[in-house]
Design a protein. Sequence first.
Length: 350
Amino acid sequence: MAEYRLLGRTDLKVSAICLGTMTWGQQNTESEGHAQLDRAMDHGINFIDTAEMYAIPPKAETQGSTERIIGTWFKARGNRDRVVLASKVSGRSQSAYLRPDGKGARLDRRNIEYAVDASLTRLQTDYLDLYQLHWPDRPMDLFGSGTGTRVPKPEDDAIPMEETLGVLADLVTAGKIRHVGLSNETAWGTMRFVQAAEAGHGPRVVSIQNAYNLINRTFEIGLAEIAMREHVGLLAYSPLGQGYLTGKYQGGARPAGARTTLFERGSRYEKPGVEAAIDAYLALARNIGIDPTMLALAFVTTRPFVTSNIIGATSLAQLDVALMSESVAITPEIEARINAIYQLHGSPAP
């Protein structure tokens, strides 16, 4: 059954595996989403992550559909009190469909208050346990669009972090959210949020949701120490590198029904050096007799700075493999072999 860990400095215990939901409402139907939730709960998973923008790939026709599916499940099962529910407000965006005035999104009072109320309505609940800033308000490379680095622009007009935290503080007081987290954030940004909270500008962030996997270990440089020393634990997304670490896309393969096959959104994991790195991890998995999916997931779950590993599935069979990965032990010998591959291949998919 599931292992549980404290969320930041709170008294909330969340399962070490979190059920990601972003395919529901596009790749998955409502009934399939409900079936995944039932299966995860039966396994002891108590942590669900979603966002106002989901389903993914984002588009006006499906925006908010994932939250609506979770909401109908809550209504049907009557079990909201058994779940730690996390959602996200979109950062700076030009997507007109996110807001009724068509002006896109920012992390200011008007946008955040609208977003949280809309999410609560779709989710059929009156509070969120964790409300995360999906990405920063300041301009930067996101979701693997760059090389993992960013040179700040002189015309940066970001909403001040203190202002954003002030809005979130009011939402905590109103009982609409319990705790606050970050996502797709940098080491500098994380510490600035921590410092702003310590200066009295709002709630202290309890988590950070960033990509982390065998071919993207950039979190370990800077952010891992912050996560451990400041108790801002990682909620790791894309632990399978969008499915690439299963090996199903090697050699340019495009399996029917797979995300990259359907949507051609795999550019983050098709950079120079990625395929060679994946080949090395697949060879290791064969050599030690562990399913490569379970090896990749177990590596993420067992890192000391990870609070929860966000897994996603489009079938119950995939979900079962992900849930079973908790039983895989990453021994010192296996970790040494993983690190030897990392020394040669680094993080080719930041």
